[in-house]
Design a binder for this molecule. Structure first.
Ligand code: MEV
Length: 326
């Protein structure tokens, strides 16, 4: 029996713009997807998953067919990417094995925190750990990326990368992760606003806007890319005032490309008004979550004001480790 955990993520700048090749800054945080894998005596694969709300979904995959045990109309759709992660991991490891998979995720789904990627990464790691005895991050990345592609067609790979490797990464599509080291721990408040539209739909909507008005939208991409580079500099220099200001600008760029909502704007503004260095939506937008960069002295004030307005508030810092066997 092998157990793996993979962290969720917050994007500090550059979501959406990253899909078209601009750099983005992403951090792993300490909310985890957990997966246990156990070899079976036959060649079928059974997946049992308990989500953030405590709901259980079960499928069995045998002789190229999926059997749904939960009888929920969403079960197959929800567990298909997990199954892809398992099958691709077996394929890339050149193994043919049957497995029982148990997933338990602490990460709220559809919240912009990379829950689907973290589940796919934890699953691949548990599978490879179970059949090989140790993990291979290259295979995990590739298998989880295939799973992500099944969920949204055009992922940049940022979510899978951060869940696999952890830490703080300056990410550019198609390039090796560039790890950024800080000699202090910035504090982030993560505020859960609520469910949102599907990532794939939001990505498509943004790309359509870019295609329709290239002379207006393309400069925003360049601006966002430059902003990410400046943000890295500010964080490295521990200039949190500038970092916060840049996050605020990033939020407005995201709003300009149509992925903010009145509620996201309202919560971002509340965080700033109560003393955060800066705040922005994080992830695909259209609902989901916000992050605020705060000083320790302002933490309680910002946190309690957000708690009055939204469902769930986390206090997080960057976790250095990516997926691991525990
Ligand atoms: C999702 O976490 C980030 C997006 O930029 C999509 C992607 O990069 O695949 C919205």
């Amino acid at each position: 029996v092998t157990k793996a955990i993979a962290p969720s993520k917050i994007i500090l700048s550059g979501e959406h713009f990253v899909v078209e090749g601009e750099p983005a800054l992403v951090a792993a945080i300490d909310i985890y997807a957990k997966c246990i894998a156990e070899e079976r005596f036959d060649e079928s694969i059974r997946i049992e998953s308990k989500d953030y709300f405590g709901k259980i979904h079960v499928i069995k995959y045998s002789k190229n067919k999926i059997i749904d045990y939960a009888g929920d109309k969403n079960t197959k759709r929800i567990l298909r990417p997990v199954l892809i992660s398992v099958l691709k991991t077996l394929e890339y490891s050149e193994q043919k094995k049957g497995l029982d998979i148990y997933i338990n995720s602490e990460i709220p789904p559809s919240a912009g925190l990379g829950s689907s990627a973290a589940v796919a990464v934890a699953t691949s790691a548990a599978v490879i750990g179970e059949i090989k005895g140790n993990i291979n991050k290259e295979i995990i990345w590739k298998a989880a990326f295939e799973a992500e592609r099944a969920v949204h067609k055009n992922p940049s790979g940022i979510d899978v990368t951060i869940s696999t490797f952890g830490g703080l990464i300056l990410y550019k599509k198609g390039e090796k992760p560039n790890f950024i080291k800080l000699d202090y721990k910035p504090i982030f408040i993560v505020g859960l606003i609520g469910k949102r539209a599907k990532t794939g739909k939001l990505v498509e909507k943004v790309l359509k806007l870019k295609k329709e008005f290239p002379s207006i939208i393309n400069p925003l991409y360049i601006s966002a890319g430059n902003l990410t580079i400046k943000l890295v500099e500010a964080l490295k220099n521990k200039d949190l005032k500038t970092a916060g200001l840049l996050m605020n600008i990033n939020h407005r760029l995201l709003s300009a490309i149509g992925v903010s909502t009145p509620k996201l704007d309202m919560i971002v503004n509340t965080a700033i008004k109560k003393g955060a260095y800066g705040a922005k939506l994080t992830g695909a937008g259209g609902g989901g979550s916000i992050i605020a960069l705060v000083d320790e002295s302002k933490l309680e004030k910002v946190k309690s004001s957000l708690e009055k307005k939204i469902k769930k508030v986390y206090v997080s810092s960057i976790v250095e480790e990516g997926v691991k066997i525990v």
